[in-house]
Every structure is written in structure tokens, then in C-alpha cells.
Design a protein around this ligand. Structure first.
Ligand SMILES: Nc1ncnc2c1ncn2[C@@H]1O[C@H](COP(=O)(O)OP(=O)(O)OP(=O)(O)O)[C@@H](O)[C@H]1O
Ligand SMILES: [Mg+2]
Length: 304
């Protein structure tokens, strides 16, 4: 797990961030950045680089490896610190609060602003990252795209999709984006998988979610990772979140993803509320209705 660096921020100087940005710069060209290139990348003297490297190593914001040369790389903590610094310079956030959830591919914290918001750090490539380093102990510089690029691309995709969908579809309002991190409105409610619905409410909630998927499809998007873990349920309605893997409706596998999304949801409800949700709901027919923009209610498409 990646340590929460919010507590380190106050102790870091502007020069520490020059160093971190310098390492980030160098990582565009190689996985491990040569120490002797850092003064240039970071725009610091050799002595400053030595001093700042020690501070950043102590806090595990960078890591060192000696291959044919002495190289440095940001850690996820270092990358988080850079994103946090940017958000605070832009006045997007004033401070980081408690965790809201840790998923497979993202760490989410509550953040303070004029109102509570949510900050999601993308972690795609995190596990790989450790394994990759083990496997490639001595084969530097192939594949320097790695985790940093993967996580940044995922955040960019998620943010762009949310911007395309908000406010017509019930997604968290996108607020800001930098590197591998996005800031969005904090949603109300609990994950569908942990919500205690009255059986009588189950059909209504499933319908609400399918309506959102219909509206998203109409705007050109399929979620493609739909499950009870990526829907929040509140008194006020449902929120669909976690969009990095969404595909446009003209993607060659869009139909397959849509059916999988619908199937995941309907089967979840069918297991949990067997008396309320038709077990034989026709997934393909629901997907057809979504594609045609004529979804009405899940009961209407249940097989006879
Ligand atoms: N805007 C938000 N407001 C409040 N809580 C949130 C918000 N976004 C995410 N969370 C919480 O953080 C958890 C992880 O978020 P999300 O599903 O986006 O990340 P993920 O790591 O990509 O998930 P997965 O494990 O499905 O890949 C969510 O289950 C939810 O509890
Ligand atoms: Mg999720």
C-alpha cells in the first residue's frame, strides 16, 4: 500500500519539489534517472541535489538503484506529493482528510476545500511496479513508460469521461485533474454492495442504475467495469463512479462490455433479492433496450 504523504507536505521545501520534478522529468527518458543528470533536470546545484536527494530518500519519495550507474526513480509517494503540491498551488484543495476507500486501482481520500471533495490517486501498475523491479534487476531502461505512465493515462481517461458525462449522468462532479490524480465531488451514500435495501426498493434501484447506463450510452459511453462496487446508493439517488476503463460506444467490444455490465448488475440483484428481481431477466434484451435508448424497467424485459 502507498503511504499517505499528506502529512509530509508541510515539511517539504520548494527545492524538494524541484528535485522531485527533476526526477519526474528524467523518467520521461529512462526508468532510472542518472544522478549526474539531476542538477540539470531539477535546476539545482550538485550540492543541493545531494541534500534534497537524502531528504527525499528518507521520506521514500524517491528510490535509488545502482545498475551500471546510480539511478533514481520517483515512488508512488513522490508522485502523489507532486500532484498534491499542484492541487494546493491551484487552490483546488486545502488539506487531505481520512481515507474514503482503497480499491484495486485507486486510493481515495476525503479532501478539504470550500466543501468536502474526494481525491483519487490512480494506482494502475502498482503491483507490477514492485515485481517489475525484481525481475528486471539489471536490465535498466527498457519499458520506462511503466507504472507512472499507466496511472497517469488512467486518470486522464477517467477525468475526460466524467467531464463528458457530467451533469447529464449521475457521476461525481469532476473538479480538477493532475498527473495520476483526480479531484471530484464526494458523493453521498454507500456502495451498492454494502447498502441495506428493503427488498421492495431493489427493483427501483436497479432501474435507476440501468437508466444511468442508458443515458451514458446515449452520450457515447459504456462503463465497462460495472458492479455493485462502483455504484453508490443514497436517499437522493444513485451515483455511478470509477470510469477509467470506460469505452466509447463505437469501440469494437462495446456491445460485449455493455452486456457484461448489465449482466453483473442484474445477477447481483438476482442473487441478493431473488424474490424481487426476475432471475431470468434477459440480459441481451436489456442491452438492446439500452442501445436503442428505450430502456423502461427491468420487469418489462423479463422473459415470459
Ligand atoms: N467521489 C467519491 N466520494 C466518496 N467516496 C468515493 C468517491 N470515489 C471513490 N470513493 C470510494 O473509494 C473507493 C474506491 O474508488 P474507485 O472504485 O473509484 O477506485 P478503484 O480502485 O478504481 O476501484 P476498483 O477496485 O473497482 O478498481 C470506492 O469504492 C468508494 O468507496
Ligand atoms: Mg471501484
Amino acid at each position: 500500500m502507498v503511504r499517505n504523504v499528506a502529512g509530509d507536505m508541510a515539511a517539504l521545501d520548494a527545492e524538494d519539489f524541484y528535485l522531485l520534478s527533476g526526477v519526474e522529468q528524467g523518467m520521461r527518458f529512462s526508468e532510472w534517472v542518472r544522478r549526474d543528470k539531476l542538477p540539470d533536470y531539477a535546476d539545482l546545484t550538485v550540492e543541493e541535489v545531494d541534500y534534497r536527494l537524502d531528504r527525499c530518500l528518507d521520506r521514500e519519495l524517491v528510490q535509488r538503484k545502482t545498475i551500471q550507474y546510480e539511478g533514481y526513480q520517483l515512488t508512488f509517494e513522490g508522485y502523489d506529493a507532486l500532484a498534491l503540491r499542484t492541487f494546493s498551488e491551484r487552490d483546488t484543495i486545502d488539506g487531505v482528510g481520512s481515507p474514503l476507500g482503497f480499491g484495486k486501482e485507486g486510493d481515495v481520500y476525503e479532501v478539504q476545500s470550500f466543501k468536502p471533495l474526494a481525491l483519487k490517486y490512480h494506482r494502475e501498475g502498482y503491483t507490477n511496479f514492485r515485481e517489475v523491479n525484481r525481475e528486471r534487476e539489471y536490465t535498466a531502461d527498457r519499458n520506462h513508460v511503466s507504472w507512472m505512465y499507466t496511472a497517469r493515462k488512467a486518470a486522464e481517461r477517467e477525468y475526460a469521461t466524467m467531464e463528458a458525462l457530467y451533469p447529464d449522468i449521475s457521476v461525481p462532479r469532476p473538479v480538477d485533474h493532475n498527473r495520476h490524480a483526480i479531484v471530484m465531488d464526494k458523493f453521498d451514500g454507500v456502495e451498492l454492495g454494502r447498502a441495506k435495501l428493503e427488498p421492495a426498493q431493489a427493483v427501483g434501484v436497479l432501474d435507476l442504475v440501468l437508466r444511468e447506463l442508458t443515458a451514458a450510452y446515449e452520450r457515447g459511453w459504456v462503463h465497462a467495469d460495472m458492479s455493485e462496487h462502483n455504484v453508490a446508493v443514497a436517499e437522493s439517488g444513485v451515483t455511478i463512479f470509477d470510469w477509467p476503463q470506460a469505452v466509447p460506444t463505437d469501440h469494437e467490444n462495446a456491445r460485449e462490455f455493455l452486456e457484461r455490465d448489465v449482466g453483473n448488475l442484474v445477477r447481483y440483484f438476482g442473487r441478493k433479492y431473488p424474490h424481487e428481481i426476475p432471475r431470468d431477466a434477459d440480459i441481451a434484451a436489456i442491452a438492446d433496450a439500452i442501445v436503442d435508448g428505450r430502456f423502461e424497467t427491468v420487469r418489462a424485459v423479463a422473459k415470459e
